[in-house]
Ligand binder design. Structure first.
Ligand SMILES: [Zn+2]
Length: 281
């Protein structure tokens, strides 16, 4: 007997925020063949504007990797030099919040749609203005690090490109007629109800409850770092001006849940249970 699965999109939580670099931030670009002013490690830039940005994949990947460790999940799949976690068995997947929220590579017969989409975060107009003409390279600083060869004691200076501390991603951008257009960083979290042969096997409430995974991931990042060179002081970030909106009907405006905006993650976290409970399925 074949099982008929239906997947119903119940609604979407749109979480917007700004990301502030509390220390210099280095999210690596491709160093292949492009040497800019002798810099060894360059950062990723938006091709159109030449401004630094934070790829959604960096944010999502870091949240996932920290959550895997926070939940003690088996690191069972080899990727490049290291290992990551992926559920291979339907039984494991059924109870794995991380794989359900963040997805599993490729299509698996047992997998359900990835709940979370993380969009790229662009340099705010204010930071672009503040940094203009003040930095070593456009919008970035060059940090020299000296590593010492432990055998010969020879110093080996390396140049790292970083977005300076205080830079904000999100905020707004300017339209051609000089109007401020909001462009916050954004995560979209989709809530599904899944039925099999007419029986509900996954309740929408469960997905709403799992929004907590996002909050945990954001907290873990604030205590850790984003991008590279983290253990040497780069990549501390803070989430600012967080707002959660909920949309059930695609034709309707998304409704703000809780406060219009939470200045810090701590304030968002303090009100998070109320926010979750206020989501009307
Ligand atoms: Zn898993």
């Amino acid at each position: 007997m074949s099982e008929i699965k239906s997947i119903k999109l119940v609604g979407r939580a749109l979480i917007t925020f700004d990301i502030e670099a509390m220390t210099g931030l280095h999210i690596g670009g491709s160093d292949a063949g492009v040497e800019i002013g002798g810099v060894d490690k360059t950062i990723i830039r938006d091709k159109l504007t030449n401004r630094p940005y934070i790829p959604g994949s960096s944010l999502k990947g870091k949240m996932r990797s920290l959550l895997e460790k926070y939940n003690g999940l088996p690191q069972n799949k080899k990727i490049g030099q290291g290992y990551i976690h992926t559920c291979d068995e339907p039984g494991d997947y059924k109870t794995c919040k991380v794989c359900q929220v963040f997805g599993v590579p490729g299509e698996k017969g047992f997998s359900t749609p990835t709940r979370l989409t993380v969009r790229d975060a662009f340099l705010s107009e204010k930071s672009a203005e503040d940094l203009a003409d003040k930095t070593d390279l456009p919008f970035t600083e060059v940090k020299t690090e000296v590593s010492i060869d432990r055998v010969t004691s020879a110093a080996n200076p390396r140049q790292m490109e970083r977005v300076p501390a205080g830079t904000v991603f999100g905020g707004f951008k300017m339209s051609k007629d000089k109007k401020e257009i909001p462009q916050p960083a954004e995560m979209v979290y989709t809530v599904y109800e899944i039925t099999e042969n007419g029986q509900v096997i996954h309740k929408a409430e469960t997905d709403v409850e799992r929004l907590t995974v996002l909050l945990e991931g954001m907290k873990l990042i604030e205590d850790d770092y984003l991008g590279g060179l983290g253990s040497r002081g780069s990549g501390k970030v803070a989430f600012r001006n967080i707002c959660l909106k909920w949309r059930k009907d695609p034709a309707e405006e998304a409704k703000t849940i809780g406060r219009e905006s939470y200045p810090t993650l701590a304030e968002f976290a303090a009100d998070f249970e109320n926010v979750k409970n206020a989501i009307k399925l």
